[in-house]
Structure formats: C-alpha cells, structure tokens
Design a protein around this ligand. Structure first.
Ligand code: HEM
Length: 517
C-alpha cells in the first residue's frame, strides 16, 4: 500500500463523516432555534418559565427530581415568584401549571367542560383504571358518578358505615395496638392504616371480608395494587416507559412484571364479581356499591359486563383505600411532631367520646360532626399532605384563566395541591407550619375554605364522591385511637413521601404505642 492510500479515507467513511457533520450542523441550528425546549415546539414566552435545555427542555430536571417531585414543583413556583408557570420536555407535552386559587376554581368549576382527563392519563394508567370513574369523561363518567352517589346517604353513614369502621378499629386495638402497648414493640402504622381502610372499604362496598388486618405481611392483591399505581405514576415522568419496562422484563425476569401485577388485581376483581353473581342467583339482596353497579345501565343503556365491573371495583378500591389511609398516617405523624396539638385534641376527645358513644354508631356519627378541633386537625393535615398532591387535565379548547394566562387547545394543565398548601402567597408566612387553629374562627366555628384555595377533595362536578365517607372514617379512627393510646415516633426514621399518584409514605412509619392514662 502506498502512503497516499493509507492517508485517504475509504469512500464510505467520507460519506459517513459528511453525514455526521451535516447532522451536527442541523442539531446546532435547531439548538439555537429551540434553546429551552424540544425541537419544533412552540415558545410560550407569555407565561413565566424556569427555562430548560436546548432540544430537551426540562426533561433532565424532571428525571433528577423524580423522587422529590412535589417539592420540586413548589420550588419552581417559589423561584419564579409566580403562581402560574409553564414547562415542556422532550417526550412530554406542554404543561401550564398553576397554584392560583382563582385558576383552580375556574378549571374545576367555572369552565369544567373545557378540561378533561387527557390521553396522557389514559396512556399511563389505562391498563390499571380501564374505563373506571377516574379515567372516564363524558357519558361514561356520568353514569358511574350517578350510580355510585346512591350509596352516599346519611342513613348509610349513620347506621352502617360507622359501625364497620368501629368494628375494624376494635379488631386492631385488640390484636395490634394493645399488643404493641403491652410489649413495647413498635408497629408500622402506615401499613396498618392501609389494611384498615382496605378491609373496611371492601366490606361496605362489595360485601367482601378480605381480612387484610389478620394477614401477616401484605395481601398479594394489595402489593400488586401498590406496584401498579407506582408504575402508572412513573410512566408520567418517563416518556420512554415502553422501552424501559420491556428491558426490565427482559433483563430481570425474576421481578414481577406489571402485567403479572395487573393479572393479580384482575383475579381479585373477577372473584368479587363472581361471588356476588352467585349470591344474587341464590336470592341474596344487597344495597351496596357493587349491587348498584350490577343493576345499573352503562352509557349505551346496557347492563355492565364483567370487564366494566372490574374497572368499577379497582377504581373504587384506589379511591377508598389509599387516600384515607394516607391521610390517617400523615395525621398521626403531624400529631407526633406537634405534641401541643395532640394534647389539645386528646382533651377534646376526652370531653366528647365516652364508651357509650363509641359503642353506639349513630351517636358517634353525630358527636364527631360537632368535634371542632378534630375537624380542624384533619383539614390542616390535608392542606399540608393532600392525598392527591398533583393533578392534571387536558384543555379541549383555547381559554383565558382569571389571572390572564392564555391556555391553548391541547395544552395539559396542572395544579398542585401540595404546593398550594405550602405557599405563603395563599396561606401567609406560616404556610409550612402545622396549625389547626387557622381553621377555627374567632367565634370558635370551623372555617371552610373555597375549593379553589383548598382543593384536597377536588371541586365542581367531579368533586370527591367519598369526601364525607373519608372524613367520617378518618375521624372515627383518630378519636377512637387517641382515646386509648399515646403514639410516638420511633427515632431515626426519615418520614417522607413516595412520589406516586397519591401520597404514600416512602418507608412506612414506625410508632411506639402506650396506653393513655
Ligand atoms: C382523605 C381521603 C380522600 C381524599 C383526600 C380524596 C380526594 C379526591 C380527589 C382530589 C379527587 C379528584 C381526583 C381526580 O382528579 O380524578 C377524588 C375523586 C374521587 N374520590 Fe376521593 N378522596 C378521598 C377519599 C375517598 C373515598 C373514601 C372514596 C370512596 C368512595 C372516594 C371516592 C372518590 C371518587 C369516586 C372520585 C372520582 C369522582 C369523579 O371523578 O367524579 N374518595 N377524591
């Protein structure tokens, strides 16, 4: 070979170099044109933005902050000193986010028709939620809302639900709390609350005795449920989820795949439905949630098939189990870290809850409604620890929000109950402090806030159907447990949230229990 031949490149290499050079030039050009956002996306300089990287937008920040997402959103508003901002990342849609109560009320109530559950929710959680109420829009949503609302009446609350809650609490007292108090061994309160709300909810909604409280460790159905929900949230922040999930299945075949988790949950739901069909065929009569849906007609005027009933069962378990269990866990965390509040609440409990009241569900139901400090404590917990910490909808048409922000058709819009509860702009300089007193008026009445300012239970036509049920369940648990026990945190724990669709504690919460004197 001559030296000239050695130096000159193979023709293919020359072409490859030219292509690479051209691509680099195009990329550099695109990066100049799109310095803070993905290529070919619109600039929205009319709305404050924390910026982003050329061609990838905010994707890296989202990935870096995915374990502390709620605080990351709060910091975004605080850094920009604004209540509305916007961001976009590669593989993620344009999102306009707000914590302005006027905007939130506008989205959820005033212009409700314009904001729907969008394709992104369906993509990330369609397998889990199916066409259930959380995922549905229009007529599919309407018939489910109407059917479910039939069970939330005063008679059910007073005569049935309260009794179910008290019975399960008494079971926990006898088998868990008394044992922990007598032996001095700590217990995982968070795990216990999930079992309490699960057992109570499946009993009062589907007539099933699951015995989660009597089961050592986690019930398989519940583990799969947690995994599927976590996965659904992770899909929100991981545009490449199809690839990463496939790789995980491929390289870690020993790990339970999301399909396996879904199968476990489906089996649970189908068993519940089959059991009920058999009971009904044998002449049994029920007036609970499941029987209402079995007698209902869907949006096409037909009775629901098993797949639709499966969606009902799973959506309602999410609604009825997690949110309330989390609210209870954060309540006992807040009490353990604010002894003065606990003392005040315990005094109110002592004044109102006698053994006679506790053992008479109708009386307990009435007494709890009048316990002002207990109600204020729960509202304060949900201000700082909203069970649905972030929420999102999809704009069907252009709109202008009360603060002047222009929202465009196909934009995703987001509001953050977590950030709203912690911003001084809404709650004043002590926003981050736990102070139930802020909910008590000068006349000693419990203050109610507009749902735009305190959207813990959503607002407008899609307001939480279970608000009264959840409030009752949480207060029954709080007052009956505080009446008997004193709780304290096992030292050395880092109690924090796990980023998910709701607000679970990342590593649970171990508490010591003492009999209250
Ligand atoms: C502390 C406890 C609870 C909190 C903080 C809470 C909060 C919420 C929130 C924020 C939403 C709106 C979610 C969305 O964007 O779709 C919602 C919806 C809903 N909640 Fe609750 N919830 C709680 C407990 C319950 C319970 C115990 C039930 C029992 C049935 C329930 C039933 C529902 C239903 C059916 C919806 C969907 C309403 C609709 O889309 O029309 N929730 N809840």
């Amino acid at each position: 070979m001559t030296s000239t031949m050695k130096k000159s490149q193979h023709p293919y290499m020359q072409t490859a170099n030219m292509v690479a050079g051209g691509a680099a030039l195009v990329l550099a050009g695109l990066a100049l044109k799109y310095p803070d956002r993905p290529a070919f996306t619109e600039s929205r300089h009319d709305i404050p933005s924390g910026g982003g990287y050329p061609l990838i937008g905010i994707a890296p920040s989202i990935i870096l902050n995915k374990e502390r997402m709620h605080d990351y959103f709060l910091e975004g508003f605080e850094k920009l000193n604004t209540m509305t901002n916007t961001a976009i990342g590669i593989g993620m849609p344009r999102t306009v986010a707000t914590i302005d109560p006027r905007n939130v009320e506008h989205i959820l109530k005033t212009n409700f028709e314009n904001y729907v559950k969008g394709p992104m929710l369906n993509d990330s959680s369609g397998e889990l939620l199916g066409h259930g109420i959380f995922n549905a829009n229009g007529e599919v949503w309407k018939y489910q809302r109407k059917t479910a609302s039939l069970i939330f009446n005063v008679k059910n609350f007073r005569d049935h639900f309260t009794e179910v809650f008290v019975r399960h609490i008494h079971y926990m007292n006898e088998h868990m709390f008394d044992v922990a108090a007598d032996t001095g061994k700590p217990l995982d309160f968070h795990d216990l609350m999930f079992k309490f709300t699960l057992d109570s909810f499946v009993e009062l909604s589907f007539g099933v005795e699951l015995h989660a409280l009597a089961t050592e460790g986690k019930v398989p159905f519940a583990s799969s449920f947690d995994a599927a929900q976590l996965n659904a949230f992770q899909r929100f922040v991981n545009p490449a989820y199809k690839l990463t999930e496939a790789l995980s299945d491929w390289f870690m075949p020993w790990k339970t795949s999301i399909t396996q988790h879904l199968n476990i949950m489906d089996s649970f739901a189908y068993e519940v439905i089959e059991k009920r069909r058999k009971e009904l065929a044998g002449g049994a009569q029920y007036g609970d949630l499941l029987s209402r849906f079995m007698a209902a007609k869907n949006e096409k005027g037909e009775l629901l098939n098993d797949r639709e009933l499966r969606d009902v069962v799973l959506n309602f378990v999410i609604a009825g189990r997690d949110t309330t269990a989390q609210a209870l866990s954060w309540t006992f965390y807040s009490l353990a870290t604010n002894p003065d509040v606990e003392e005040k609440l315990a005094a109110e409990v002592k004044e109102h809850i006698t053994s006679e009241v506790e053992n008479d569900p109708a009386a307990l139901y009435e007494v709890i409604k009048g316990m002002k400090y207990a109600n204020a404590v729960l509202q304060e917990v949900l201000r700082l620890y909203p069970s649905v910490p972030e929420n999102q909808k999809y704009a069907l048409n252009d709109d202008i929000w009360p603060d002047g922000t222009v929202v465009k058709k196909n934009d995703y819009i987001m509001w953050s109950p977590w950030a709203m509860g912690r911003t001084a702009k809404i709650w004043g300089d002590d926003a981050k402090q736990f102070k139930p007193e802020r909910w008590i008026s000068e006349k000693g009445e419990v203050l109610r806030e507009t749902p735009g300012k305190w959207p813990a239970f959503h607002a407008g036509p899609r307001t939480c159907l279970g608000q009264n049920l959840a409030t009752l369940e949480a207060l029954v648990a709080i007052v009956t447990l505080l009446r008997r026990y004193e709780f304290s945190l096992v030292p050395g724990q880092n109690i924090t949230y796990q980023v998910s669709l709701t607000l679970p504690m990342k590593d649970g919460m171990n508490l010591y229990v003492k009999h209250r004197k």
